[in-house]
Design a protein around this ligand. Structure first.
Ligand code: SF4
Length: 320
């Protein structure tokens, strides 16, 4: 749970609010006047657009635990990944507008359901609203840890405003090459920006800490999705993480599956092979990193684990 009071949380939400219009919340700094009816690159205006809220059992074991991670899937995104598995909500913007009060109730309901944490998925463009709802929920008894589940394209200055708020950072480190970051995700300067962001996350929370039941309580866990033909630049990614702290755990994901605009792509239009995944594991060992969460590549046929369907978002938001 946040180490700062609900009053201080509210102040932080107001501070974040000043960066909304013109918007500078993420590294794009596209300066959209979101409060005056404009939408930014992320397609978002001045309301929370929520896709679904549910206990999620498909995250890494210390995040999902036994009772699930209290996942808050937010619509819109500041990245433009042509292979996004959540494209229905990130690019097609499926979701519904929800008030701050309703969002606070959703957090509290997830806690009541037994979830181990509140897990904000793609939170950055929604930050002022998410934190304001958090202030309300904390004043009403929310105590479980907060997970910041992000694509890693975050301004470290904005992350500094989350010091004392976020317990567990769960960022992607998608690319070791700006070329492929731009080609596949339209993320300029991704490598330098993501490293600076991860350094700030690590400064705040350190490496991952588990309780006696192996449930994450605090710290940093980095995700890396292996892409076909080595385009994720796994070696560079692992070296960058090892330079911060070799104890940082990395979730090395094998679940890549072509979808959305990647289906007929010459590189991304296929899954990774077992050999490619094994080569990435070898590179991981050579990097000096020692803690990894791995996916069993033989399980890849079980697509439901990895590919949520957002077609009926309204059915996946708790009603009072
Ligand atoms: S959060 Fe959205 S509106 Fe704000 S700078 Fe980033 S892309 Fe632009």
């Amino acid at each position: 749970m946040p180490t700062i009071s609900s009053t201080e949380l509210f102040k932080r939400s107001q501070e974040l609010n000043t960066l909304l219009s013109p918007c500078e919340l993420c590294p794009r700094r596209c300066l959209a006047h979101r409060r005056e009816g404009q939408s930014g690159y992320c397609q978002l205006g001045d309301t929370v657009l929520l896709s679904s809220v549910l206990p999620h059992h498909g995250e890494e074991p210390p995040i999902s635990g036994i009772h699930g991670s209290g996942t808050v899937f937010l619509s819109g995104c500041n990245a433009g990944c042509i292979f996004c598995q959540n494209y229905q909500i990130s690019h097609l913007k499926m979701g519904q507008i929800i008030s701050i009060e309703e969002l606070s109730q959703q957090y509290l309901h997830l806690q009541k359901t037994g979830c181990h944490n509140i897990n904000w998925v793609t939170p950055t463009p929604h930050l002022p609203f998410l934190v304001e709802a958090l202030a309300d929920a904390v004043s009403k008894g929310l105590t479980i840890p907060l997970v910041y589940n992000t694509n890693g394209y975050d301004r470290h200055e904005i992350l500094q405003l989350l010091d004392g708020i976020v317990d567990i950072y769960l960022p992607d480190m998608k690319y070791g090459s700006d070329h492929w970051a731009e080609q596949f995700s339209k993320l300029p300067d991704y490598t330098a920006i993501s490293v600076a962001a991860i350094r700030e996350m690590y400064r705040q929370v350190g490496t991952l800490q588990l309780d006696k039941n192996h449930i994450a309580q605090r710290g940093l866990l980095i995700r890396h999705l292996v892409l076909p033909e080595g385009t994720a630049g796994s070696s560079k990614v692992f070296q960058s993480i090892a330079a911060i702290d070799p104890q940082i755990p990395v979730s090395i994901m094998a679940q890549y599956h072509p979808c959305y605009q990647a289906i007929s792509h010459p590189i991304l239009g296929k899954r990774i092979t077992l050999k490619e995944y094994q080569q990435v594991l070898e590179v991981f060992e050579e990097s000096g990193l020692g803690n990894a969460y791995l996916q069993d590549i033989t399980d890849l046929e079980q697509q439901d684990t990895f590919f949520p369907d957002f077609e009926k978002p309204a059915d996946r938001i708790f009603k009072k």
